[in-house]
Write a protein that binds this ligand. Structure first.
Ligand code: KDO
Length: 334
């Protein structure tokens, strides 16, 4: 080997050694970082679905993405995520219909009680033309793109002290914690309670200390966040078949190659499927678990609840802001 080739070989060897010695973070710099922020607690399905997203993407596009998952609102506060994604400060999150309805009033109807009948209805609505039309407005107006619809669960009331609840009148004076947005608070009031805003992370202490009398959430979340430890009764109002939309910053999305966009979308859909299947399965068994924990289960008169909630929305500014005919189009989906 002449001197030139010897120098070349030595340089190549040194490069190899250097690369091997580089810290993981320096190598990761070539990857597209996707940070996910969510208020979800680790045991909840919509927290665990992000691991499915990460695994799916890592196997579809090895070495291209660095997916980082931040649970318990450890990166952004609850409901601050859409603005952070719009600015390009956050790559992915889940958003609620209430989060979307501020800028896209079309979504306000999905914050109302007893509009979506059940999970198949919810999935048909959001995966069909009604969802498509809404998500288009979201990308145009909010700087975020919806990738998939996850089922958060059917929201029920959970009380820290037992009470016989048959109709909304029986909730009079109950301080019902709701997420801090006018759409959520209206929903709480329409159920007959006194709605009190509080972020998700403060609910456990609120129930424990008695600053609130009740909260509403899907029952798998009541288990995952251990709210059952500080509650004594479930009231099966089933008032909201709740959705979470898996969303990505439009800036991040536009920076991806078409093949990467497809893989990210597929990973989000796989994550939503994982969440939906597991949550539905858990909802079929959860009452047994809650009974074992000492909670009583109360079945109210749903026809009366539905009637009062529907009437409240009809008479409200919220109900009047819905695009004409949208509610009827949703109801016509079977
Ligand atoms: C809640 O604060 O009650 C809520 O269920 C609202 C949802 O939109 C969503 O933010 C959820 O919390 C969190 O993901 C925690 O489970």
């Amino acid at each position: 080997m002449n001197a030139f080739f010897l120098r070349l070989a030595t340089a190549a060897l040194l490069c190899g050694l250097l690369a091997a010695a580089l810290p993981q973070s320096a190598l990761a710099q070539n990857k597209t970082v996707l940070r996910i922020s969510t208020p979800a607690v680790p045991q909840d399905w919509h927290a665990r679905m992000w691991t499915v997203f990460k695994e799916n993407l890592d196997s579809a596009a090895p070495g291209e993405f660095d997916v980082q998952i931040y649970l318990n609102s450890s990166l952004f506060k609850q409901a601050a995520e859409p603005a952070a994604m719009a600015r390009g400060n956050l790559e992915l999150s889940t958003v609620s219909a209430a989060d979307l309805s501020r800028q896209v009033p079309y979504f306000s109807v999905f914050t109302a009680g007893y509009v979506l009948r059940d999970v198949p209805h919810q999935q048909k609505v959001f995966n069909g033309p009604i969802g498509e039309q809404g998500f288009k407005q979201v990308s145009e107006r909010m700087g975020i793109k919806v990738l998939a619809t996850a089922y958060l669960g059917t929201r029920q009331l959970v009380l820290r002290e037992p009470r016989n609840v048959k109709t909304p009148a029986d909730l009079k004076g109950i301080k019902l914690r709701m997420p801090a947005a006018k759409e959520w608070l209206f929903l709480g009031e329409s159920l007959g309670a006194t709605a009190t805003p509080l972020s998700f992370g403060e609910v456990y202490m609120g129930l424990k200390t008695g600053t609130i009398d009740a909260q509403d959430n899907p029952l798998p979340t009541v288990r995952a966040a251990r709210f059952y430890e500080v509650s004594r009764q479930v009231v099966l109002t089933g008032h909201l078949v709740d959705a979470l939309f898996i969303a990505i910053s439009q800036k991040t999305w536009d920076g991806l190659k078409p093949a990467q966009q497809t893989k990210v979308q597929q990973a989000a859909q796989a994550a939503a499927r994982y969440n939906n299947d597991n949550r539905l399965q858990e909802e079929t068994q959860i009452l047994d678990f809650l009974k074992q924990q000492g909670l009583s289960i109360n079945t109210p008169d749903l026809a009366v609840f539905r009637q009062q909630v529907n009437n409240s929305y009809k008479a409200s500014d919220i109900g009047k802001s819905w695009p004409p005919g949208l509610l009827e189009r949703i109801q016509a989906v079977h």
